[in-house]
Design a binder for this molecule. Structure first.
Ligand code: SAM
Ligand code: SF4
Ligand code: F3S
Length: 473
């Protein structure tokens, strides 16, 4: 969601200057059918969905749209949706109700549903939500001009074709709601794993990797514009592969070599695929951040098998031990699903004991939500009662909260290199930034430093989620 007007680069403007540089007598401007019309775009779900919204914004600006932070004054409202859990979809439906009310007052308005929920529900969306005009899946954004002109003619339009090739490699994303310091760079799309609980393979289609040249070019341009951190995004970055000649470790190295001042992060790693080569590459480059997000989902091998995660508890522990051995100062975070089909009390205890073993710096914890069409929905009964799921969730949450605090306390007395990314939310006398472990640090501004600078900060204390420190020379 955007809470302030967006500062957007007009890409057709750049194209125009390029043409004039070539000495053409005649400057040909692309027709901008929608000049002066306003777009409001709101995004839900994972970082990849937010990155997609930046591609959509780029395509829309090319058509002449400008963006607004006020949906009530928009000509087009786009909601980029997530289907991962039922509550994610409910949130979107509630929001659509508010947009529909706005459309009744402004009948010329077009409402478009984008992303995973559009892909999952397809034309059913138009039947269920009467005021939606456009339904567009994640691989069809290039078809926006066509769909918008159909909507202008009063035709409700759908394009949910999935592609085996589309990576939007040539489109320069318009950075939305950016702090100007950190940006996401998509390196692949889709997912070929079939985790039984997961809707993503159905909403995002087959896995495909993006041309490395376009990835490096985008990261370089970001650096030249003043960005100091890129996060390489994919559902399973370790299976990145370009024409059998470049794997993820190779790509990581290419991006790390752009400039030592550009921090590189990546997400998400799959425990079955993360290689020692990636860990060695992380060690080789100081600017690759020592942080790995390694979703465990469950600490029990039988449950992992039902989830079709294709690794066991022992395999996962071996990967953790190897990370700790090769990169002792690596922070590790995870995702956990609580109350998956048939999970027993002992199996839940196995997840708790796994968390106790790994001592995650951070965890995203979810109760299992059955998703229509997934393997688990077809094969297993969602048989853990809600009150049991909630109780198990609270046990896991309590353990993780204690662990996160304990991990933060271990930083007290240490000095960390912090990339400043803005001011503290509580006071503009304090700056805020991140350590390479992805921990937020707040410290008094000294008048000499600004967002984008690196400073050494001595950690003096912590709150449950933040380190507090002071700059040292
Ligand atoms: N690709 C990543 C991986 O393999 O770990 C994660 C992708 S998913 C967008 C993010 C997280 O949502 C998953 O790791 C999982 O913990 C959670 N998740 C996915 N499906 C779920 C479901 N049906 N119910 C509850 N949580 C779910
Ligand atoms: Fe979903 Fe599994 Fe793919 Fe992650 S790896 S997106 S959890 S199917
Ligand atoms: Fe949600 Fe789709 Fe991402 S289901 S988590 S927005 S890939």
């Amino acid at each position: 969601m955007f809470d302030r007007p967006l500062n957007l680069k007009d890409s057709s403007e750049t194209a125009m200057h390029d043409e004039s540089r070539q000495g053409e007598a005649l400057i040909i401007e692309r027709p901008k059918q929608y000049t002066g019309r306003k777009l409001y775009i709101e995004s839900y779900g994972c970082a990849m969905n937010f990155a997609d919204s930046e591609i959509v914004a780029s395509l829309m600006l090319d058509m002449g749209f400008e963006t607004t932070a006020q949906y009530k004054e928009a000509d087009v409202i786009f909601i980029n949706t997530c289907s991962i859990r039922d509550n994610a979809e409910q949130r979107v439906r509630n929001r659509l109700r508010e947009f529909s009310a706005a459309k009744k007052k402004r009948p010329g308005m077009t409402i478009g549903v984008l992303g995973c929920m559009a892909e999952r529900l397809k034309s059913k969306f138009l039947e269920e939500e009467k005021l939606v005009d456009i339904v567009i899946g994640p691989d069809s954004y290039r078809d926006l001009p066509n769909l918008l002109s159909q909507a202008d003619e009063g035709i409700r339009a759908v394009n949910v074709l999935l592609s085996r090739e589309e990576t939007y490699a040539d489109i320069s994303p318009v950075r939305l709601n950016s702090n100007g310091i950190s940006a996401f760079v998509s390196i692949m799309r889709g997912c070929d794993n079939m985790c039984s609980f997961c809707v993503v393979p159905f909403t995002r289609g087959r896995e495909r990797s993006r041309d490395p040249e376009s990835i490096v070019r985008e990261a370089k341009e970001l650096f030249e514009e003043g960005y100091r951190e890129v996060t390489l995004l994919g559902q399973n970055v370790d299976s990145y592969k370009w024409e059998d000649r470049l794997n993820f470790a190779g790509l990581l190295q290419l991006v790390a070599q752009i400039d030592p001042l550009l921090r590189v992060r990546f997400s998400t790693s799959h425990p079955k695929d993360i290689t020692d080569e990636v860990l060695h590459t992380m060690n080789k480059y100081d600017n690759i951040c020592n942080h790995i997000h390694l979703p465990v989902q469950s600490g029990n091998s039988r449950v992992l098998e039902l989830m079709n995660r294709t690794y066991t508890r022992e395999w996962y522990i071996e990967r953790i031990d190897t990370i700790r051995r090769l990169i002792p100062d690596c922070s590790i975070s995870t995702d956990v699903i609580i109350g998956f089909c048939t999970e027993t009390e002992e199996e839940h205890q196995d997840t708790l004991s796994m968390m106790d073993y790994v001592k995650y710096d951070f965890a995203y914890m979810y109760t299992y939500s059955e998703r229509p069409g997934t393997l688990a929905a077809k094969r297993f009964e969602d048989d853990i009662p809600e009150d049991v799921k909630t109780r198990r969730f609270n046990e896991i949450l309590k353990m993780q909260q204690a662990c996160s605090l304990n991990r933060l306390e271990q930083h007290i007395g240490k000095t960390h290199r912090v990339l400043i990314d803005g001011f503290s939310k509580k006071s503009d006398k304090d700056l805020a930034g991140k350590t390479e472990h992805n921990i937020t640090v707040v410290f008094p501004a000294n008048g000499n430093n600004k967002p984008g600078d690196y400073v050494n900060v001595e950690i003096v204390r912590c709150t449950p989620a933040t380190l507090i420190g002071q700059i040292i020379n």
